[in-house]
Ligand binder design. Structure first.
Ligand SMILES: Nc1ncnc2c1ncn2[C@@H]1O[C@H](COP(=O)(O)OP(=O)(O)OP(=O)(O)O)[C@@H](O)[C@H]1O
Ligand SMILES: [Mg+2]
Length: 487
């Protein structure tokens, strides 16, 4: 072929390609306004915005495009696909949108779980709400001081003592606590004789103590030397009852030794005004330090502290009702709860505490790393699953911060997330979470004011982790706190 005909062939091919491109471009731009320059795809800023109704957008992005939860409640931040995100479990409960006020906050370390708890409590205060905190790392002091509250620090053999078996608690709660502690210490299920023996020993200790407060060692004494009445309940001789209950007695006895000594085994020693403060924090950061089984120690302290706070709150709620007032609305935050939940018996305890405290105006918030933390060690697969689902069922709100990729399928299945939401939870930047509220899902950036930063910055000591790795997928330049948010 000559050079001239080769050139003509190239020109024809170039014209055909240009026509084809023009056809494609005009087809792609058919939803935009006609333009004189139809041959060039306009830059994003030149294009007219594509408009779609909220109904259509929700159909395309069901997990991330929700119209919001209304404007009543505590400001949390920005709905990534809408305006401000405001949340109030009590308002939503009253509107029949939630079954309870409880919340699980899950997420990998350093993605903002504690920051959410702190600001939630700080911002809720303007609504007259009070808070109770179980703080295993000792990081809530600044918040509690800002709220004008009280911090009780627990140290083995120290000055602060709470009696979780205080008689102001209900019988069910006291028995549930003993069972949970015994199971955790024994690291196994209780036998029928042990379960029955514990409640009989509590009754015997109450009777024996008359009006004096019964403490855990009093129950251990009854278990070591069972009475005739206790043996009758177990349908055996006192010698047989003693043998059956011996291990349980020793397990409770251990509370008076080692890292747990002196904190929950004697009558309460803390002034009464603490319980009327707007915020009460139980600082457990000195518990179990340097111990091989530090999680067990912290976990036992957590449940004992929870039991005591539950009993006190129940008492306050009854007093308020007797005076014709509604009980105070209280948030109970249990940070680092993942340290307690895998220990045998403790997930059951939390689940029943969630149920029992429903009538006393409390919102429980548990912070953990992943939903698989809810599965109790020492339980078989199906029971673990039931426990996890039970706690999830008792918490109508789950806030999911970034999850490790291998946790995503389980988290998505347990929460019933769509494939869009499933993709998001493995990539969320710090401070952004998926809020699953009564079956609806929102992607929310938790916005912090300057003053709140001072309360939440747990990175200070380490130097900022994110300075070199900014959260690039979020543009919050224009984020403003609305009027009314305490700063
Ligand atoms: N809303 C937010 N926006 C931006 N950064 C945040 C936000 N919340 C937290 N951070 C950053 O993440 C750091 C860790 O936050 P936080 O202590 O709440 O994490 P965490 O999830 O509780 O971690 P851990 O599981 O280790 O306790 C904070 O010090 C702060 O720098
Ligand atoms: Mg934390």
């Amino acid at each position: 072929m000559s050079a001239r005909s080769e050139q003509r062939r190239d020109q024809r091919a170039a014209h055909a390609e240009a026509r084809a491109r023009q056809r494609t471009l005009s087809h792609r731009e058919h939803s935009q306004a006609p333009t004189l320059r139809a041959t060039r795809l306009r830059r994003p800023a030149e294009r007219t915005a594509h408009q779609v109704s909220t109904a259509h957008f929700q159909a395309a992005y069901p997990a991330v495009a929700e119209p919001g939860l209304g404007s009543r409640g505590v400001y949390i931040g920005r709905d990534m696909h809408g305006g401000s995100f405001v949340y109030d479990p009590w308002v939503l409960y009253a509107a029949n949108l939630l079954n309870d006020a409880n919340m699980l906050v899950i997420g990998r370390p350093g993605y903002g779980k504690s920051a959410l708890l702190k600001t939630w409590m700080y911002r809720s205060r303007v609504f007259g709400r009070t808070c109770e905190l179980i703080d295993p790392k000792g990081e809530y002091r600044q918040l509690v001081e800002a709220l004008g509250g009280e911090v009780l620090t627990f140290t083995p053999g120290g000055q602060t003592r709470l009696n979780p078996l205080t008689r102001i608690g209900s019988r069910e709660m006291r028995e549930g606590l003993l069972e949970a502690i015994a199971r955790a210490m024994l690291d196994r299920q209780l036998t029928q004789a042990e379960a029955l023996g514990l409640s009989a020993a509590l009754a015997a200790a109450d009777e024996h103590a008359d009006s004096r407060d019964v403490c855990i060692p009093d129950v251990a004494v009854q278990l070591r030397e069972p009475t005739r009445a206790m043996a009758d309940q177990l349908a055996c001789t006192t010698g047989e009852a003693q043998a059956d209950l011996r291990e349980c007695a020793l397990a409770l006895q251990r509370l008076t030794h080692g890292p747990l000594r002196g904190m929950f085994d004697q009558p309460t020693k803390a002034s009464e005004h603490v319980w009327n403060a707007p915020a009460v924090c139980l600082d457990l950061s000195n518990v179990g330090v340097g111990q091989g089984q530090s999680n067990l120690a912290v976990a036992i302290v957590m449940v004992c502290a929870s039991a005591f706070l539950d009993a006190k709150r129940r008492d306050r709620a009854n007093a308020a009702r007797a005076a014709g007032r509604a009980p105070d609305k209280t948030t109970r935050g249990n940070d680092e709860c993942w340290r307690a939940l895998p220990i045998a018996g403790l997930a059951d305890y939390y689940q029943s505490a969630f149920k029992l405290s429903r009538d006393s105006g409390v919102q429980h918030i548990l912070a953990l790393h992943r939903l698989s933390d809810l599965r109790s060690a020492g339980d078989d697969g199906s029971r673990q699953q039931r426990l996890a689902q039970g706690l999830l069922a008792e918490a109508s709100t789950t806030v999911v911060y970034r999850q490790h990729a291998q946790e995503v399928p389980d988290t998505a299945d347990q929460l019933g997330l769509s494939s869009t939401a499933r993709d998001r939870i493995a990539h969320l930047p710090p401070g952004v979470a998926l809020w699953c509220v009564g079956g609806r899902t929102f992607e929310v950036r938790h916005v912090l004011s300057d003053l709140e930063w001072a309360l939440i910055d747990t990175d200070q000591a380490m130097g900022s982790r994110y300075a070199e790795e900014p959260a690039t997928d979020v543009d919050d330049d224009d984020v403003q706190l609305p009027a009314g948010v305490p700063v």
